[in-house]
Write a protein of this length. Structure first.
Length: 204
């Protein structure tokens, strides 16, 4: 039996609820580290960074599921909703940490969003994810019909916005965020190339 068949067999048997259960734990672990000195000399900044990076990593993981199936035959589609919702969860926690622990002054929030471009980009990315999270359920799929897929094309805007936010946040063109941006752009390029190939008329 091929490796992909073994993986697909396990993927069909595994329920999705452990993904949600285990995925909900990291923010609480990071909070514990923050209270016990495990996040260094700037625990709030480190907490924001870890939550935001985890959200971006899960967004990228969601983007890789279709190419992984196309290239290798490994089918993890049934876990894509869980991965996407966990990404939204981590990014929401990232935003909440910024609002509650960092800013703490409601009067500063709007000013910072307008004044700091990396925050503007980050908020746009978050707002783009909101309709995706809100419609990631079977009732919305039935209600929206064909429009559901069109709504979820927003992910192709949300993920690069998140990657650009990371690049702008780490001033000076640091290597790590550029790697993430390169991966995102590569995945989007593969998606566009595959779509263009499928739309190209076949010659007789």
């Amino acid at each position: 039996m091929a490796l992909k068949d073994t993986i697909n067999g396990w993927a069909r048997k595994l329920p999705t609820w452990p993904v949600y259960a285990l995925g909900a734990l990291p923010p609480f672990w990071y909070l514990y580290l923050g209270f016990t000195g495990g996040l260094g000399v700037e625990p709030i900044s480190e907490l924001e960074h870890r939550l935001g990076l985890l959200g971006l990593q899960f967004l990228i993981a969601g983007l890789t599921i279709t190419p992984l199936r196309n290239w290798t035959g490994v089918n993890l589609i049934r876990f894509r909703r869980a991965i996407g919702l966990l990404a939204f969860y981590y990014i929401s926690m990232h935003l909440l940490a910024w609002l509650v622990l960092d800013i703490r002054d409601p009067a500063r929030i709007w000013a910072d969003i307008l004044k700091r471009p990396y925050i503007t980009i980050g908020m746009l990315g978050f707002l783009t994810l909101v309709p995706l999270a809100a419609t990631s359920n079977k009732a919305s799929i039935r209600k929206l019909g064909a429009r559901w897929r069109q709504v979820h094309w927003l992910v192709y805007a949300a993920v690069p916005l998140g990657a650009v936010h990371f690049v702008m946040l780490r001033k000076g063109w640091q290597f790590e965020p550029l790697i993430y941006l390169g991966i995102v752009l590569g995945l989007l390029a593969v998606r566009l190339l595959r779509k263009a190939t499928r739309m190209r008329p076949h010659r007789a």
